[in-house]
Design a protein around this ligand. Structure first.
Ligand SMILES: *[C@@H]1O[C@H](CO)[C@@H](O)[C@H](O)[C@H]1NC(C)=O
Ligand SMILES: *[C@@H]1O[C@H](CO)[C@@H](O)[C@H](O)[C@H]1NC(C)=O
Ligand SMILES: *[C@@H]1O[C@H](CO)[C@@H](O)[C@H](O)[C@H]1NC(C)=O
Ligand SMILES: *[C@@H]1O[C@H](CO)[C@@H](O)[C@H](O)[C@H]1NC(C)=O
Ligand SMILES: *[C@@H]1O[C@H](CO)[C@@H](O)[C@H](O)[C@H]1NC(C)=O
Ligand SMILES: *[C@@H]1O[C@H](CO)[C@@H](O)[C@H](O)[C@H]1NC(C)=O
Ligand SMILES: *[C@@H]1O[C@H](CO)[C@@H](O)[C@H](O)[C@H]1NC(C)=O
Length: 499
């Protein structure tokens, strides 16, 4: 507890003043001859992301590979009665999957190592319902190893999805036995395949499934014991939460913060809470938006990938709303990602690069309502147009009680800004703060919103705007707002009047 020192005798106060004077002199010597000492960074506002969560957030897009017996039976949920002999991806090449991910700008890929049907893509020693019973590589194959090897040699990270619901294994329904089985498989996967960056647990379960209590606490503890930098995904976190739907859309208000005590896995009544998070939440558990590039999660001959317009719409509503997009791209029966999907992903990446590689704000003069430590400090508004989107930021003065604003003007005479997308990013390393903001072009409001977080993208409702001055006002914030990046972009795919 901190106590005031009012009872301290004057002679002590004098003594401490001398010490303080000495220390400040020392500081001047250490930081050079100038009397200006570096301005201290602002205090964080809790809760904060962990190192692994920050790394996860910056990936922006993760790729999911749904693959297994369903690929061969043309179904989404297997029955568990499938004969392993049907699994025969004669041309399987995991390098092609990973190269597809890399071309899409993805640095983490997650594989369904076991789906609800219970068929294991690796030779688990605890069941014979696996690749061992298939003709693929005469039963000597291991899809998990093939993916891990392909990813490792290309510097791509790996994640795993091990379905809790298992329609094949007879132990399912017997709490202790099945949890032992599940934990045994978790240990196989997390001990033998190197570093795993994300693990996925879901609450999916058929209406007539046997009752079963999953020992989530045991699972999570074991996972963290075996993999130090892993993020655990489930409806309730603890590393990453579900966004509450499978369309890839976050709420237009989206907090990374939430109360974990109010969450439970597989509980339909919490989907709205998951979608928006909680400004007063005491846990940092940001949402991941899972959606498939096709209608189904598994490959079906009759389906084709979503068009570019749709994928961009998903991007703006997930990554552009403070989330990570988990995009599923299912390998086909040959064991390859179909050419149509590879092509669509190339279009998607090219479109994103086209939109975001040019920031029209980058050469603007940037003004702000105030700045922490004044000019010469390292918290000036110019930080929002540098290439660091996390740890360099504009910080207004803490004691400024007015609305904070930051403004962009082209430096060339008569220069005009022509854009239809505004990107705003908070320095989330110090907590998520902003809950209300407005954007103006030449003094006229063009967009407004609530939360910002890692990235907020405004695709302007009325299309392209031309202006000589663009202002962002922060009208509500849990603490002094810290903005790490701002972009003004031209999205040539955006035609609001055609939607
Ligand atoms: C599961 O348990 C609940 C409550 O104990 C019970 O009402 C329900 O009938 C059980 N379902 C099955 C499939 O056994
Ligand atoms: C589902 O969530 C609601 C809201 O948090 C809670 O009241 C309810 O107890 C939860 N149900 C289960 C089965 O955990
Ligand atoms: C979350 O927890 C905080 C702190 O206990 C509390 O103030 C807030 O009301 C909670 N949120 C909800 C939705 O209950
Ligand atoms: C793209 O797909 C969406 C959703 O399926 C559809 O509404 C839209 O018409 C399609 N656009 C084009 C250009 O095909
Ligand atoms: C799977 O995709 C590959 C690559 O496009 C293609 O060569 C192969 O014919 C596809 N297999 C099926 C069954 O469509
Ligand atoms: C900003 O200036 C640099 C250097 O002159 C130039 O290469 C770049 O294209 C300019 N950026 C924009 C968006 O105009
Ligand atoms: C804020 O944006 C919403 C739509 O996103 C719009 O309906 C509303 O008019 C805007 N408010 C102002 C003050 O511009």
């Amino acid at each position: 507890m901190r106590t005031s020192n009012t009872s301290m005798a004057p002679k002590h106060t004098f003594f401490f003043s001398i010490i303080a004077l000495f220390l400040s002199g020392l500081q001047t010597i250490i930081f050079g001859s100038s009397l200006v000492t570096p301005t201290l960074p602002p205090l964080p506002i809790l809760p904060l992301p962990s190192y692994s969560q920050l790394k996860w957030q910056q990936r922006e897009i993760i790729m999911f590979f749904h693959f297994g017996v369903n690929t061969f039976t043309d179904s989404e949920w297997g029955t568990g009665q499938e004969n392993p002999a049907i699994f025969n991806p004669t041309g399987l090449n995991a390098a092609q999957w990973v190269d597809t991910a890399i071309q899409a700008g993805v640095s983490l890929v997650i594989l369904t190592v076991k789906h609800h049907d219970g068929f294991c893509l690796w030779p688990s020693k605890y069941t014979d319902h696996s690749v061992v019973g298939s003709p693929w590589k005469n039963g000597h194959g291991d899809v998990v190893k093939e993916l891990v090897d392909a990813a490792n040699s290309r510097n791509v990270d790996v994640g795993l999805y091990l379905s809790p619901w298992d329609r094949h294994d007879p132990r399912y329904g017997a709490d202790k036995l099945y949890n032992e089985y599940y934990l045994a498989q978790l240990q196989e996967l997390l001990k033998n395949y190197g570093s795993v960056q994300e693990i996925w647990f879901d609450g999916a379960k058929g209406a007539n499934a046997k009752n079963m209590t999953y020992y989530f606490d045991d699972w999570f503890s074991m996972v963290k014991e075996l993999q130090s930098s892993i993020n655990i995904f489930s409806d309730a976190g603890p590393g990453v939460r579900w966004v509450g739907n499978e369309q890839g859309f976050a709420g237009s208000t989206c907090w990374s913060t939430i109360n974990q005590t109010d969450l439970s896995i597989g509980n339909a009544s919490i989907v709205n809470y998951l979608n928006t998070g909680d400004p007063r939440g005491t846990n940092w558990i940001p949402p991941e938006c899972d959606v498939s590039i096709r209608e189904g999660w598994f490959w079906h001959k009759s389906e084709s990938p979503k068009n570019l317009t749709h994928l961009l719409h998903i991007y703006y509503n997930s990554v552009g709303r403070n989330c990570v997009l988990l995009l599923n791209v299912p390998p086909n029966t040959t064991g390859l990602i179909s050419e149509t999907d590879v092509h669509r992903l190339k279009e998607f990446r090219a479109a994103l690069d086209g939109i975001f590689s040019t920031n029209l704000a980058e050469n603007c003069s940037v003004l702000a309502s105030s700045q922490r430590g004044g000019k010469g400090g390292s918290f000036g508004p110019e930080n929002v147009v540098d290439s660091d989107h996390l740890w360099t930021y504009w910080a207004p003065r803490d004691d400024n009680t007015q609305h904070h604003w930051i403004e962009f003007r082209p430096t060339s005479d008569g220069g005009r800004l022509r854009f239809n997308v505004v990107r705003i990013q908070e320095a989330i390393g110090l907590g998520q703060r902003i809950h209300r903001h407005e954007i103006y072009a030449d003094g006229k409001i063009i967009a407004n919103g609530t939360t910002v977080g890692h990235k907020k993208l405004h695709r302007l409702e009325n299309g392209v705007v031309e202006a000589t001055r663009v202002t962002i006002k922060i009208t509500g914030s849990r603490a002094t707002p810290l903005i790490s990046s701002v972009g003004l972009h031209l999205d040539s795919f955006w035609n609001p009047h055609s939607v």
